[in-house]
Design a protein around this ligand. Structure first.
Ligand SMILES: [Zn+2]
Length: 475
């Protein structure tokens, strides 16, 4: 896996190890390797059909002393390859000399995987010989234009410093200058290092049209900010050979069609869709990203009328607003803390009435560009008829136990008991009673651990008054 990463990661191609298993069979191990022997190739085909997995590349690794010295891919492209045997670290030849190294831990494995991914040898002549001047690079050689042309006669003609031992010219009389480090050439294994950008593009293109391997390609995604204050830059990842950018509203956010450079125009505030139309290199779809330009939108009204029915002293109400376009944070504050407490860091606000009167509370919404906000009005009423009765509950939200305290300011004594009992009921948002108890305890604990999370309504009937509170169960 490390050798595959070395060869491919710079071209945004990475590999996932999906698992491995063992095949214990001497006939594969000791088979006499030969491209031209039909009995060997039959054996090879049996091997690469064993335990084969779909939508993956199956790499069969043979032992260091097997008769296959090197590797073979099942096709170009293909979904299997076999690597095994050993080579001399002195001259790179199979088993020759001393200091024998296994092929499986060399970049020869990356070379065979390259064939599976659709790469030809850099010295390929099946499509005709590639000229040094690259004039026929799309139709000859390895069909890749940023790999230098290479004669088949350069195979294994390198020294221990990966320098060529021979100098040849093409049919135009120009000197070949092949790359000894490209993994798709035949230099000694220690010289193999990488694939080129053109080979990466070819891999995506080949995989995109391969019925067995197309599942290996990731759909490109847009990289770049989701909020633009003045300018930004967009790209696609992995890269595609052709990308054309567009904006759903060029009068709000202009996007340069070739560079992906985006600029806010006309002091626009609002949402714009940035689209990349991609092709080539395995990229065949358009991808879009919603972008907010400038300051967030304006918060709208609360989703409930908190003043009707009356918002009573001691009551808690949860209200909300619709999400505000482009907002990344919300903050709620009361403008009169002796009358109202307000808290919240999202579209929800938790309001607790402390004393009667009129006051306002407000929300501030922000993104990285700017801040906007809105104020809301409330009228808090004393609903106790002058009796000074109110109810509190905590914690809110609750998860397992909710503690409820009933206060009667006309009856401060009597330890933990009120002068007369109250009826406490908890309703869910369908209006069904989920808990009910009669008690005269000033503080009572409600078991709520078995109730589904959600918004509930706590009602306490005490004396002639009804004390109401909205509560949340959360876990
Ligand atoms: Zn090869």
């Amino acid at each position: 896996m490390n050798n595959l990463a070395t060869a491919y990661n710079t071209q945004n191609i990475s590999f996932l190890n999906l698992g491995s298993d063992n095949i214990n069979n001497d006939s594969y191990y000791s088979a006499s390797f030969s491209f031209s022997s039909s009995s060997y190739q039959n054996l090879y085909n049996q091997l690469v059909a064993t335990n084969s997995k779909n939508n993956s590349i199956n790499i069969y690794l043979l032992g260091d002393n097997c008769n296959l010295n090197g590797g073979q891919a099942s096709g170009i492209p293909g979904n299997a390859c076999v690597v095994g045997g050993s080579y001399s670290s002195q001259n790179g030849f199979p088993n020759a000399g001393t200091s024998v190294q296994p092929f499986v831990s060399s970049l020869v494995t990356a070379h065979e995987v390259g064939h599976c991914l659709g790469l030809y040898h850099t010295f390929e002549t099946y499509f005709g010989s590639e000229f040094v001047n690259e004039s026929n690079c799309t139709t000859a050689g390895d069909l890749v234009c940023d790999t230098p042309a290479e004669s088949p006669n350069y195979r294994w003609e390198d020294n221990s410093n990966c320098q060529w031992l021979i100098s040849l010219t093409d049919s135009n009389g120009q000197n070949y200058s092949p790359d000894p480090h490209n993994i798709m050439g035949y230099t000694r294994p220690s010289c193999l290092q990488y694939i080129t950008g053109g080979q990466g593009t070819r891999i995506r293109s080949v995989l995109g049209s391969s019925s067995t391997l197309s599942g290996l390609i990731a759909t490109p995604t847009i990289t770049g900010p989701t909020v633009v204050c003045s300018s930004a830059y967009y790209a696609v990842s992995p890269s595609c050979s052709s990308v054309t950018w567009s904006s759903s509203n060029p009068n709000g956010l202009s996007v340069n069609s070739s560079t992906g450079a985006a600029t806010r125009v006309n002091n626009y505030n609002g949402q714009v869709t940035v689209t990349a139309t991609v092709s080539g290199g395995g990229c065949s779809t358009s991808v879009s990203q919603n972008v907010w330009v400038g300051q967030p939108g304006s918060p709208l009204s609360l989703n409930k009328n908190i003043n009707n029915p009356p918002f009573c002293v001691g009551a808690t109400v949860i209200a909300s607003i619709n999400p505000v376009g482009g907002a990344s944070s919300y903050s709620w504050v009361s403008n009169n803390l002796s009358m109202l407490e307000a808290s919240g860091s999202s579209t929800y606000v938790n309001l607790q009435a402390i004393a009667s009167g009129t006051c306002t509370f407000s929300v501030t919404v922000s993104n990285t560009c700017a801040t906007t906000g809105k104020s809301y009005f409330t009228s808090i009423q004393d609903c106790s008829g002058g009796g000074g009765m109110y109810m509190t509950s905590y914690p809110n939200p609750s998860s397992t136990t909710m503690t409820v305290s009933v206060t009667d300011s006309l009856s401060k004594g009597n330890e933990g008991f009120l002068p007369q009992p109250y009826q406490l009921s908890l309703f869910n948002h369908f209006g069904n009673t989920v808990y009910s108890v009669q008690s005269d305890l000033r503080t009572i604990q409600l078991p709520v651990g078995s109730l589904p999370p959600g918004i509930y309504y706590l009602n306490v009937f005490y004396k002639e008054a009804v004390l109401r509170k909205q509560v949340v169960i959360e876990r």
